[in-house]
Design a protein around this ligand. Structure first.
Ligand SMILES: Cc1ncc(C[n+]2csc(CCOP(=O)(O)OP(=O)(O)O)c2C)c(N)n1
Ligand SMILES: [Mg+2]
Length: 1026
């Protein structure tokens, strides 16, 4: 009501046309700039009850009419013209809308107007009706998709089980909802500015309005977009779907579409004919997926995209490989031959998980395009963040800051899209500065079923795509049996991405002609749906008949197209029979050109020294302890930290943070890009890192000293992530796939949080190379250690990582002494370390890049050691010639008389410091040796052998602070036994078995600690035991 009063008040004083014009311009500008043009005038006191049609909800409309009238009095209905003239002439409240007297020459116009709206121009009714029409337009925009013809099966049950919304005119009686009836259908209404159904016309009869809205929103396409918070984006979508005649295709386009449908359909039929009892998760029922993807690719290529990275699940994957990525058909067909021998090392994967990379010319645009389909595990949606990470990396390496050249497409199944949380995590990365890929096109194969489960029990949302609304992504539902509609929305989706660089979803509503796989019987669980499916004519046949009827192709041409493709398949099949060997390498999704030699082997099998010169250490140390920009005020506490660093540099020592700085800084200087990502990594969870400095006086002004190391250094990316592990670790893994020349690190806030990313670890990181012959050098930093902080945050679960190592605990590796370390590394599936010194951490990070191949590196990082006075390293341990120590032997008094040593305690990580303190307290420096196994996997058999040989009279003890069923014991014990040929027992000193990783009681924690230290130094502890 308040807005209305102000509107009416503003009607009165404007008489000067110039003023009117400037006001209307101001309004237009305001709409564009999303600013209000006027401030409400709170002093208005005129009686509004005298103008009953001017109620609160009509104010927008009155304003709309008023401004239109100001711009051009003829553009509004005559009755409005009279009303505004009267109002402007000063008619008192209640008088302006009285049935107006004829105004000279206007009399004829009025008569016409009366004819249009009825005998008497009842302005009140007119306003209400216009408002009703405005609501009606809006209703279609919001809810039209509910009645769109989306389901090819016509059973709709899966999509929208409720009755059609009452504000959509599915029959004439629904007009009543708006206070309209059939007699209003031929009345002409002015269209609001929020619709484009009029094309070049600003008014339309109601009947036509409804018809056009139906055409736009209730045919084969259902658009969900009205939740988007951005007016420009909403308007863009409206005009893409509302403009009359917008969905027109040229003859050429239709014929291309048909040819693509032929390929898609006949490919599945060919496989079915040749291998009817093989699982392939065929695309039957959603054959238009292939033209859909090809349309997206064509359009994106037209918009300048040069590389597309795709991720997809099982459904239709072989078809996508064949007809979208254009993998040679014979290579696909030979995957069906189980007798073929694998040529490459590794265990391989089933055919519908393998990836692929291909550069070719896009036939439509004549431009080069690189397409890669990422290999993925069966875990649905797990590949989503991985694709995003790889896309981000490719954008980063080619300087594509807007995502104009590289983009991603993600395919989803309806059940998985709705059910898997990683989808949500991935969406939430989509607009974060260090994670955005500037818009992903999501395509859902919505066959209205997940294995045997109906949507009604598989999700609580109406659509499987609702999750996308969280990032304001428009959602285009489309009946996949209407290939032209599919093509249309795919074009719009690609344009949307190119225009707004935001995510968009294409929901292909389809069906699954067969069971979950080709062996399954769907009638067990979906009898009625499948009765319907059996009756369903194939989409290719339907579309071909349509085009033949239209005269776009002849039957003969259609049949020739089919015969042509069938012949291609047959010939490829014949060729595939000549293949003798299966090359997994042919299925690489991320080749690393130049990194390996021509045979795909490392260029050398040596690791250079990872040390640095004194000068380099000093220089990086200086950067680490200073603020390299002018006029930058840092926090006082941070100044003290930097001073402390400077003092360490002066004394030629490093703590943990400085050791990390040395590693990062030197690699950057040598040209290696570094990306460190994870929760709060910029400062560091334990406030030790401080890689990003914040100006205390200027909001958001930051400085990253690591980017000031050297003029031609590589860039350093350090980014706090969203609070996600699954999504973010997957993303970083993908980033690391793109290039071997980058150190990509993911840090868990506390090590135990990696368990919510377990899928990425189990399915990608641990077995990735074995399954997909693809190396990856990602580094996981997992804070770990029993600090008396309770069961949470204590354990990064080393036992889990160790259990998944591919090394044989019972066999001593047969490598020569010189190559032992590097060969072991080359053969392992991942490297696991728990460093006890900053220098060793520094070396292992550098080795990760300087070694001639890539392996994932798992680092259990310390907490209390970050500030432990003894956990410091001298520059001497980081100079040229030094390297990572897989095992740090005891260098104390035990070395002088090794024969007198009674016990050698092997350990790893922080417990070393507790052991040395206890040994000192007990005066046992001569009798007990302590050796640190810094690299747990691959196990340093050779060096352990040296140590056990050095102390022939010592018993062997493994000491750990973790519980006995956790930590390293089960992993280390058989390896120690193998090392000594099982000639000496291995005793255990540590906490007993437990369900939780640590006690919640600090006192109990200390008692436990003392107890196992007692065991470790009680030389009689194991006497009599066997
Ligand atoms: C994370 C995960 N959980 C369960 C499965 C087992 N599974 C394989 S396919 C499938 C149904 C998938 O349905 P949908 O996403 O709709 O794809 P569709 O097979 O219908 O194309 C299930 C449950 C899986 N592969 N991954
Ligand atoms: Mg499904």
């Amino acid at each position: 009501m308040h807005r209305l009063r102000t509107t009416v008040v503003r009607l009165r004083p404007i008489t000067d046309p110039q003023t009117a014009k400037s006001q209307s311009q101001a309004r237009l500008a305001a709409v564009r700039g999303a600013l209000r043009t006027f401030q409400p005038i709170r002093s208005y006191t005129a009686s509004v009850s005298a103008e009953p049609f001017l109620n609160g909800t009509s104010s927008n409309y009155v304003e709309e009419m008023y401004y239109a009238w100001l711009e051009n009095p003829r553009s509004v209905h005559k009755s409005w013209d009279i009303f505004f003239r009267n109002a402007n002439a000063g008619a008192p409240p209640g008088a302006a809308y009285q049935s107006p007297p004829p105004l000279g020459g206007a009399a004829l116009g009025l008569a016409n107007a009366q004819a249009m709206v009825g005998v008497q121009p009842n302005v009140e009714k007119l306003v209400e009706d216009h408002l009703a029409v405005q609501s009606l337009v809006r209703a279609y925009q919001i809810r039209g998709h509910h009645v769109a013809q989306l389901d090819p099966l016509g059973i709709m049950a899966a999509i929208d089980p409720g009755p059609p919304p009452s504000d959509i005119i599915t029959s004439n009686d629904k007009l009543e909802f708006y206070g309209l009836d059939e007699s209003d259908l031929d009345k002409v209404f002015r269209l609001p500015t929020t619709t484009f159904i009029g094309g070049s016309e600003s008014t339309l009869p109601l009947r036509e309005i409804i018809q056009r809205l139906e055409m736009a929103y209730c045919q084969s396409i259902g658009v969900e977009f009205m939740f988007i918070n951005d007016l420009e984006q909403c308007q863009w979508i409206r005009q893409k779907f509302e403009r009359p005649g917008i969905m027109q295709f040229t003859l050429e386009e239709k014929r291309t579409l048909l040819a693509r449908m032929v390929r898609s359909t006949r490919f599945e039929e060919f496989l079915q004919r040749k291998w009817s009892s093989e699982k392939r998760f065929g695309l039957e029922g959603c054959e238009s997926l292939i033209p859909a993807l090809k349309t997206i690719i064509d359009k994106s290529s037209m918009n300048g995209v040069e590389s597309i990275i795709m991720g997809m699940p099982h459904r239709g994957r072989l078809n996508v490989l064949a007809n979208v990525i254009r993998k040679e058909l014979d290579q696909i067909f030979c995957q069906f031959d189980s007798k073929l021998e694998a040529a490459d090392e590794g265990s391989g994967d089933v055919k519908y998980h393998l990836g692929m990379w291909h550069r070719r010319i896009n036939r439509v645009t004549d431009r080069n395009i690189t397409l890669s389909l990422m290999a993925n595990p069966s875990h649905l949606e797990a590949v989503d963040p991985v694709v995003q990470g790889k896309t981000k990396a490719e954008q980063f390496y080619c300087g594509d800051t807007e995502g104009n050249r590289v983009m991603s497409i993600l395919l989803h199944g309806d059940a998985a899209f709705a059910g898997q949380g990683v989808v949500y995590e991935t969406f939430h990365l989509s607009d974060l500065p260090s994670y955005t890929t500037h818009g992903t096109i999501h395509v859902v194969v919505n066959n209205q079923i997940g294995f045997t489960t109906d949507p009604r029990v598989a999700r609580s949302s109406s659509y499987p795509t609702d999750v996308a609304k969280v990032v304001n992504a428009p959602i285009f539902h489309v009946n996949a049996d209407d290939p032209e509609a599919v093509m249309y929305v795919c074009n719009v989706a690609a344009e949307w991405r190119a225009t707004f660089h935001k995510d968009v979803v294409v929901d292909l509503v389809c069906y699954r002609r067969n069971g979950h796989n080709e062996m399954d019987e769907p009638m067990f669980t979906q009898p009625l749906m499948y009765k319907q499916i059996k009756k369903q004519k194939g989409v290719l046949q339907k579309y071909a008949e349509k085009l033949i009827a239209e005269g776009a192709v002849t039957r003969q041409e259609y049949e020739e197209e089919i015969a042509k493709y069938d012949k291609i398949c047959e010939e490829a099949h014949a060729r595939s029979k000549d293949e003798k060997i299966l090359h997994i390498k042919h299925w690489l999704d991320s080749p690393w050109p130049g990194f390996f030699n021509m045979d795909g082997q490392p260029k050398s099998m040596t690791s250079p020294s990872t040390g640095l010169t004194e000068e380099e250490l000093g220089h990086i140390g200086h950067i680490a302890s200073s603020v390299p920009v002018e006029d930058f005020t840092i926090h006082g506490g941070l100044s003290r930290i930097l001073k402390g660093r400077a003092a360490m540099v002066g004394q030629r020592v490093c703590d943990w943070a400085l050791g990390e700085y040395m590693a990062f800084g030197s690699l950057l200087k040598e040209g290696t890009h570094i990306r460190l990502s994870g929760q709060d990594v910029e400062r560091g969870t334990f406030s030790h890192r401080h890689h990003v400095l914040h100006d205390q006086n200027v909001d958001k002004r930051i400085c990253i000293p690591m980017n000031h190391i050297a003029p031609n250094q590589a860039p350093y990316t350090v980014c706090n992530s969203s609070l996600s592990e699954y999504g973010v670790l997957g993303f970083e893994l993908g980033f690391a796939m793109a290039s071997p020349n980058a150190l990509v690190l993911w840090e868990a806030q506390f090590g135990d949080f990696h368990n919510t990313a377990q899928c990425i670890i189990d399915q990608f990181i641990c077995p990735g190379q074995a399954k997909w012959v693809r190396q990856n050098g990602i580094v996981l930093l997992l804070p770990h250690g029993m600090e008396g902080m309770g069961p949470e945050h204590s354990s990064a679960r080393p036992e889990r990582f160790l259990q998944m190592c591919n090394e044989d605990p019972d066999a001593y590796p047969k490598f020569s002494a010189e190559e032992f370390a590097v060969r072991q590394l080359y053969d392992c599936n991942w490297i696991i370390v728990n460093c006890s010194t900053p220098a060793n951490y520094f070396h292992v990070l550098r080795r990760q890049i300087l070694q001639p191949f890539r392996k994932p590196l798992i680092v259990f990082t310390p907490k209390s050691l970050l500030r432990h006075p003894d956990a410091k390293s001298s520059f001497d341990d980081m100079l040229p010639g030094t390297h990572f120590q897989r095992l740090i032997p005891d260098s104390g008094p035990v070395c002088e008389k090794p024969d007198g040593v009674k016990r050698i305690v092997f350990c790893t990580g922080k417990v070393y410091y507790e052991l040395t303190r206890e040994r000192k307290n007990r005066g046992m420096d001569n009798t007990v040796a302590i050796a640190r196994i810094e690299q747990l996997s691959p196990f340093p058999f050779d060096q352990v052998k040296v140590e056990t040989g050095r102390y022939p009279n010592a018993d062997l003890v493994w000491c750990q602070e973790e519980h006995k069923n956790q930590g390293y014991y089960d992993y280390v014990k058989p390896r120690l036994r193998t090392t000594v040929d099982r000639t000496r027992p291995v005793w255990y000193a540590g906490r007993g078995p437990a369900a939780a990783p640590a006690t919640g009681n600090k006192a109990a924690h200390l008692v436990e600690l003392q107890r196992f230290l007692d065991t470790a130094f009680n030389l009689d502890a194991f006497t009599g035991q066997s």
